[in-house]
Design a protein around this ligand. Structure first.
Ligand code: 2NE
Length: 258
């Protein structure tokens, strides 16, 4: 894979930036997007000249809004149990031996919020908005989306995020520990660059060892996620789940009960 259609891949001063480039879909990912992100993460992850990876979305509206609901018909349009190899993508963010920074430039919703959760660090524009929508749209991202979020934001807050599907400001995300810092939107790139430059001045091997040891404590969540995806694939076959997707696409409230 040398040409990408759904993402942009750029390198500057040892930092590789992977940007989802589907602004008309609020940077939602389809099967092809996940494949390209996996390819780009492997490309940057094992390139010794790269010391840090930045994950972001193009435009100012969205970082990423999760699975592309227009590519969902009882399952998404790609590979794997649910038609999106998200568990592989999330696992790879943790697996690459260098820090992955989420540059959150807008909505980080659903699977987009999970990407932020999985990244080692997160820097948000003050205009960014966070949240989960699964129970509103007939989905759930089990594993890193739930159990790792509880480690990051705390058990009660993670359950609130999933059980109420509210939206949270960048300031609230900072307070709950989901992001490391918040800056005015017009200073986002300069701030990300500053963090990348600081990382590039440090020992890559020490950082790789530190990352793996941080991961060790929560690696069992990968297994929970695998089991969860198996359950999710069955849930996607139900009327209840499909009502959620249909309601989102028809811009109406879902009717899950009765
Ligand atoms: C992002 C948010 C909150 C924005 O709301 P609002 O009211 O400001 O805008 P609107 O009209 O909802 O969205 C603007 C345009 O972006 C598209 C919309 O369809 C709309 O298109 P047009 O009508 O202008 O043509 N859009 C936004 N998000 C999209 C998406 N994910 N797929 C396709 N089109 C999308 C609001 O739009 C929102 O809540 N979006 C998220 C919807 C969602 O259901 N995400 C997937 C959750 S499940 C998931 O991610 C997942 C996973 O993480 C792991 C495994 C399986 C699934």
């Amino acid at each position: 894979m040398t040409e990408y259609t759904d993402i942009q891949y750029t390198v500057k001063n040892g930092a590789a930036t992977i940007a989802i480039n589907r602004p008309d879909k609020y940077n939602a990912f389809r099967g092809q997007t996940c494949e390209e992100m996996i390819h780009a993460l492997n490309r940057a992850g094992w390139d010794k000249s790269i010391g840090v990876i930045v994950l972001t979305g193009t435009g100012t509206k969205a970082f990423c809004t999760g699975g592309d609901q227009s590519a969902h018909d009882g399952g998404y349009d790609g590979r794997g149990l649910i038609g999106l190899p998200v568990e592989e993508l999330q696992g790879l963010i943790r697996e690459v031996p260098k820090p992955v920074i989420a540059r959150v430039n807008g909505y980080a919703i659903g699977g987009g919020n999970v990407l932020v959760t999985c990244c080692d660090l997160a820097i948000a524009a003050d205009t960014a908005i966070f949240g989960q929508v699964g129970p509103k749209v007939g989905s759930v991202d089990p594993g890193f989306g739930t159990a790792l979020l509880a480690r990051v934001a705390g058990e009660k807050k993670a359950r609130e995020i999933w059980f109420l599907c509210r939206r949270y400001s960048a300031a609230q995300a900072l307070e709950m520990g989901l992001v490391n810092t918040v800056v005015p939107a017009d200073q986002l790139d300069a701030e990300v660059e500053r963090w990348c430059d600081e990382i590039m001045a440090l020992s890559p091997t020490a950082i790789a060892i530190a990352k793996r040891s941080f991961n060790a404590d929560s690696d069992s969540i990968r297994g929970i996620g695998a089991m969860g995806m198996q359950a999710l694939s069955l849930y996607y076959g139900t009327d209840e789940s499909q009502e959620g997707v249909k309601a989102f696409m028809e811009k109406r409230k879902p009717k899950f009960r009765g």
